[in-house]
Design a protein around this ligand. Structure first.
Ligand code: ZN
Length: 468
């Protein structure tokens, strides 16, 4: 039977970027069947179940193209530290202690955060495999919450000399055989949760790993995602080993293609932007994380002008510290204005495109999601802009990017299924999810020896040594 969402303001993100007033959306099973005026659809589908969305704004579900959900258990443990200290003193030791139940609790919590703040598709970059079954735990969390996504099976095949803990380094054949099994099991046509490949970053893999990844992705038609030029070290390491910058090297070995989602790209130069455009490489921009870890300012305006598809990500909650895409919208708009001292360099509308239709394109799903159009999947966010922080509202897109805090989504549908209603998760118990993730976080901190980081001293001076 058809369902109608009526009397809504619909920000369609269709090719004309129509924003429709008093509009209705007809949903049949998992797809959008029609969009028209409320009057027209009510008379066309007199028997449909009607959900009145008066005073609501509907947008396509947002696409968060980069996170590491296991880090949900690490929120706040790595604050105010330089990257090496953040990784070697906290994230690395924690990752080596992960159990499947930790990954499940963390990912379940992260998926709930995502849904509650209007995200319907997530790309999880799952690089920590001190033991088996951890990717499966993340996949199960996606399935249980009802969110859509790609769980990218990550791997580090070298890098002990740079501080990567030994239990996180895997032989490539073992990692890819695990990835193959997962892809075979989960990547059925039309499946809501799929598996991709994620060589972690250039300095943690060798060419054999990259070549095998390229071949496997081409054979099995999966997404590849990789951290690129996040810090100067990545570029320097590539220059030292290969005599060229990381993106240049990836082009040189034939790794790049439209199925590559490059994460961060903070140190990319104009020639790198041209390489991305040439190979239709997609970018995941993570402004909160880039600020949190002081990585720097990615040349996003230049990439956009150069015709590169740029999407948005929250990055792992150890460097954010949440999975709220609505916060990311505001960061993405503001940091480029401030850096370039030009308020016109990026707009609220472009930022919302990056979070929806461009995010869908970045993971090869723009024919299915990313806009509210007939024939597409019914991945929808119904927002009630009724809180004191967002009110009064003049233009919904501006309100969403610049004023919203993240609790505006009232109802969320994925594949036509209601996963959140009246701001409450339908698929899982939010209270139980929080209880379990707090318990897992406490136990993980004990095992990883990071409990001392909870009792942080009051560090009010900017350059006070992190471990004092
Ligand atoms: Zn990352």
């Amino acid at each position: 039977m058809e369902r109608l969402l009526t009397h809504a303001t619909v920000v369609t993100m269709n090719p004309d970027r129509d924003v429709l007033e008093d509009a209705a959306i007809c949903i049949q099973d998992d797809r959008i069947r029609a969009i028209d005026t409320t009057e027209a659809l009510l008379s066309q589908y007199p028997d449909a179940e009607v959900m009145d969305c008066r005073d609501r704004v509907i947008i396509p579900g947002m696409v968060n193209t980069h996170t590491h959900l296991f880090q949900t258990l690490l929120k706040g443990l790595g604050d105010d530290r330089v990257l090496k200290d953040w990784f070697c003193g906290m994230t690395g030791p924690s990752a080596t202690q992960l159990l499947p139940e930790d990954c499940y609790a963390a990912a379940l919590h992260g998926c709930v955060e995502a849904v509650k703040s209007g995200t319907t598709t997530l790309v999880d970059f799952m690089y920590a495999h001190p033991r088996g079954q951890l990717t499966e735990a993340v996949i199960k969390a996606f399935q249980d919450t009802g969110i859509r996504g790609i769980v990218a099976r990550g791997y580090l095949t070298l890098g002990e000399e740079f501080g990567i803990p030994k239990p996180l380094i895997e032989p490539i054949d073992k990692a890819l055989s695990d990835a193959c099994d997962l892809i075979e099991k989960y990547n059925q046509p039309g499946a809501r949760v799929q598996v991709g490949l994620a060589p972690c970053m250039i300095w943690s893999v060798d060419q054999d790993t990259l070549d095998k990844t390229r071949k496997l992705a081409s054979d099995l038609k999966t997404l590849i995602t990789i951290h690129i030029s996040e810090t100067p070290f990545e570029v320097e390491n590539s220059m030292q080993r290969f005599g060229m910058r990381d993106l240049q090297y990836l082009q040189h070995i034939g790794f790049l293609g439209p199925d590559v989602l490059a994460v961060h790209c903070v140190y990319c130069e104009s020639r790198d932007v041209r390489i991305m455009k040439r190979h239709d490489v997609k970018v995941s921009h993570n402004p909160c994380s880039n600020m949190y870890l002081a990585s720097g300012f990615a040349s996003i305006p230049e990439m956009l002008l150069g015709g590169v598809t740029v999407s948005l990500g929250c990055d792992g909650p150890a460097s954010n510290n949440n999975s709220n895409m609505i916060h990311t919208l505001k960061f993405a708009a503001l940091i480029h204005k401030g850096y370039h001292r030009d308020p016109t360099i990026i707009t609220a509308e472009k930022v919302l495109e990056m979070a929806t239709i461009d995010g869908a394109r970045a993971i090869g799903l723009d024919h299915e999601i990313g806009s509210v159009e007939p024939g597409k999947k019914a991945d929808l966010v119904v927002m009630k802009l009724d809180n004191v922080f967002i009110n009064p509202v003049h233009a919904p897109v501006s309100s969403l990017v610049y004023s919203a805090l993240g609790n505006e989504p009232e109802m969320v549908l994925v594949d036509g299924q209601v996963v959140m209603k009246d701001r409450q998760m339908v698929t899982v118990s939010e209270a139980e999810v929080m209880r379990e993730s707090q318990k897992a976080a406490d136990e993980l901190a004990k095992r990883a020896g990071t409990e001392r980081l909870k009792r942080r001293p009051w560090r009010s001076l900017p350059n006070y040594p992190a471990d004092s």
